[in-house]
Design a protein around this ligand. Structure first.
Ligand code: NAD
Ligand code: MG
Length: 383
């Protein structure tokens, strides 16, 4: 029996993970389940999975959580420090599935326990970069990528030497607007942006898929996870989302991982690694899919990937600044405050105005993140 904590249990990745745990209930003991403010949903999950502790990151929902779990024997807690404390309980596996840099401190706390951290929360790695990778090494933790592209690359690299890699290619669905014109993009609505053609995901990552910031953040994520050099990292648009990414070796062999567009596949790969577990996902039916197509991304229409590559090249604090600006811009777009095409413009503006020193620890990263958010909000007020 192994123990597991799920940070962001009420989200899309949290639900997919718990679906797999539910099917192998006897193999897992659930330590911590967390949410931001969904006290009722979290309480129901905590009861179902007999969690040791349930945490709401937003402390104003603690009273609701306490009421909902009264008499259950399940510990309840609220607030940022409680979230970190729950992540530090040392479960064998911690699924980091909070959205945004808000998940960074708890992810780092899990890493510090030296166990396995399955990372979905890409913004945490993008922001902390070397600080997180150094912590993984220092604490002897195992960092497994949940993001489908990185999980694919991880599988394609198994048993191989990074020195033999010629290129790593991240596939991108292109999002819901991949065939839209500049004029159409300018008037894209939040409802249109969150309607992804292939994947069912949280609102923030859905908007990131529409802008292509998701692929750009993934480029930075890949840069830290698989240090082959940025010049070897590529992006290709593959509308069917069947090939989840590829690794080309210097002998001319390209290894790809294929699978259904269902996050339970990469999550299962992390939960069972280095073994395999069954999933309820429908087998891939290539004859029915018929065609797999590929094309180069259009960086004039979707400038996000170029901005992300520039941030990765600059290194230091640049990826954290980019990520924070994007989080603020996406929230502003979702609340109807700014146009879709303004997201990338805002990110570029914040990056050109704010260029802090490279962070050397978690505190520095969080400080850069907060300052970059403040700069992004200033731009919103000016607009
Ligand atoms: P989601 O919005 O569905 O869920 C987010 C979870 O985080 C929820 O449990 C929510 O309560 C919690 N949360 C939100 N804000 C928080 C805060 N400030 N403090 C603490 N907890 C907070 O998001 P999702 O789609 O499940 O994505 C989660 C992460 O996984 C993101 O980083 C995303 O990029 C990544 N990811 C998601 C998918 C996918 O298919 N959904 C695929 C690859 C990677
Ligand atoms: Mg992905």
């Amino acid at each position: 029996m192994r123990s597991i904590s799920i940070l962001g249990a009420t989200g899309s990745i949290g639900a997919s993970t718990l679906d797999l745990i539910r099917r192998e209930r006897d193999k897992w003991r659930v330590v911590a389940l967390t949410a931001n403010c969904q006290a009722a949903e979290l309480a129901a999950l905590a009861r179902e999975f007999s969690a040791q502790v349930a945490v709401v990151a937003d402390e104003s929902y603690l009273a609701d959580l306490r009421t909902a779990l009264a008499g259950s024997g399940i510990e309840v807690a609220g607030g940022a420090a409680a979230l970190v404390e729950a992540a530090a309980r040392g479960a064998d596996v911690t699924l980091a599935a909070i959205v945004g840099c808000a998940g960074l401190a708890s992810t780092m706390a899990a890493i510090e326990q030296g166990k396995t951290v399955a990372l979905a929360n890409k913004e945490a790695l993008v922001s902390a970069g070397e600080v997180m990778i150094a912590a993984v090494a220092r604490h002897g933790a195992t960092l497994l990528p949940v993001d489908s592209e990185h999980n694919a690359i991880f599988q394609c690299l198994a048993g191989n030497d990074l020195a033999q890699v010629r290129t790593i290619t991240l596939t991108a669905s292109g999002g819901p607007f991949r065939d839209w014109s500049a004029a159409q993009l300018a008037s894209a609505t939040p409802a249109q942006a969150v309607k992804h053609p292939n994947w069912d995901m949280g609102a923030k990552i859905s908007v990131d898929s529409a802008t292509m910031f998701n692929k750009g953040l993934e480029l930075i994520e890949a840069h830290y996870l698989f240090p082959v050099g940025l010049d070897k990292l590529r992006i290709i648009v593959h509308p069917q989302s069947v090939v989840h990414s590829m690794v080309e070796y210097r002998d001319g062999s390209t290894l790809a991982q294929l699978g259904p567009s269902d996050m339970r596949v990469p999550i299962a790969s992390c939960l069972a690694w280095p073994e395999r577990m069954a999933t309820p996902c429908a087998p891939l039916d290539l004859a029915q899919i018929g065609e797999l197509t590929f094309r180069a991304p259009d960086e004039a229409l979707f400038p996000a990937t170029a901005l992300c590559r520039a941030a990765a090249e600059a290194g230091g604090a640049a990826p954290a600044v980019l990520n924070a600006a994007n989080e603020v811009a996406v929230a502003a777009f979702l609340s109807g405050q700014v146009a879709f095409t303004r997201i990338a413009v805002m990110v570029a503006e914040v990056m050109s105005r704010y260029n802090p020193a490279a962070p050397t620890g978690l505190g520095d990263v969080i400080a850069v993140d907060s300052a970059a958010r403040a700069k992004a909000r200033e731009l919103l007020e000016l607009a």
